[in-house]
Design a protein around this ligand. Sequence first.
Ligand SMILES: [Zn+2]
Length: 199
Amino acid sequence: MDSSSPIFEELGSEGTLPGINEGEIIVIRSTRRKKNISAYRQGGRIVVSIPARMSKADERAMVPEMVAKIRAQEAAITMSQTGLAERIDELLVELAPEIKLRPASVSWRAMRERWGSCTGVDRTIRISDRLKGAPKYALDYVLFHEAIHLEYFDHGVEFKELLARFPKAELASAYLDGYEAAETALAAPEVLKKLLAAQ
Ligand SMILES: [Zn+2]
């Protein structure tokens, strides 16, 4: 085993603390951590890594602080929904000026299975909140993809021709594929928890 991989001594069976119910919080007690406490986003959840010996009282005091810090960082880099609509307009003007339609609404959604969706009937675009904090080219790519759906519902020839105008399409696809691969790999503790619970 890679020596740099974290030691999951306790898989957060008591991970979700009372008072924190937005999304899932996982607390990992790591024997490798002597005093540091760290937190990071892992897909739809926030993982907080604390030293194995930290007391329950300290855990209850510090974990919410770390979670709040992560959420504040995310809020600072997250584009507003108005910002998303403006960006779609810019992308269409620049890359597909023949599309005159504009979405009636654009919103962030908690979507794990898809990066975005466009409902043609009411011109509603939804963007997965997994893209909050994504590199600009990756978010742009998904926004542009969904914007083209305003005009073309399927992924036919016309759709693909328009999408191919996006300059960093390959890089963006690689980012999105890589994110999904990592998300699948990192889902392992969850799988492990289910296995343990089934025993
Ligand atoms: Zn599509």
